[in-house]
Design a protein around this ligand. Structure first.
Ligand code: S3P
Length: 186
């Protein structure tokens, strides 16, 4: 694996978590504040297919989407000094979990079900996985997914937090970890 041997400070930072918790907004801001390049894997998939995610699901099916998600995530994980947001279902695939956790620093952006359910109306049109599900089925999926998100290096609960507050917290915790693991760099 190509990223073995990278210093802690050179590693990518990856955001995981359920649909619509703010991975893209937080990732973009963290990248900006750290002067790093930002990659949103869903947006890269959309560019490759020249279609939106719901269109890809409709035209090609979920498997084609997941295969492209795996291929691109592996490619991006082999870069360095990037901030990467992956889709909420990416960690369903073992190869994605393994490469993210071994090559990069993985932050789980967590949110309570109570806060998340307030967002359903603004999310549903662009999230094919949610379409046709009752609120109870969405709740089951939400809790079912928590197990895979528990594979991370750091977790942050975003309830009642602005994007700016979450990004600042993450940067502070990274600085502490960098200082702790690689004090000689300062
Ligand atoms: C998905 C989450 C979406 C997107 C696709 C599938 C999922 O990304 O990858 O609709 O299975 O949870 P966001 O988490 O950015 O919404």
């Amino acid at each position: 694996m190509m990223n073995r041997g990278l210093s802690f400070r050179q590693k990518n930072i990856i955001f995981i978590g359920f649909m619509g918790v703010g991975k893209t907004s937080v990732g973009k801001l963290v990248a900006e504040k750290l002067y790093r390049g930002f990659i949103d894997v869903d947006q890269e998939i959309e560019k490759e297919f020249e279609m939106s995610v719901p269109e890809i699901f409709k035209e090609h099916g979920e498997k084609v989407f997941r295969d492209k998600e795996k291929q691109l995530t592996i490619d991006y994980c082999n870069q360095r000094l990037k901030v990467i947001s992956v889709g909420g279902g990416a960690f369903k695939q073992k190869e994605i979990r393994d490469i993210c956790l071994s090559s990069s620093i993985v932050f789980f952006l967590d949110m309570s079900w109570e806060s998340w359910k307030e967002r359903i109306n603004i999310l549903i049109d662009n999230r094919p996985i949610l379409q046709g599900l009752s609120q109870n089925e969405m709740k089951d999926l939400f809790y079912e997914r928590q197990g895979m998100y528990n594979l991370h290096h750091s977790r942050y609960n975003t309830d009642q937090q602005s994007v700016e507050e979450v990004a600042d917290y993450i940067i502070e915790s990274l600085k502490l970890a960098w200082q702790l693991h690689e004090p000689d760099w300062d």
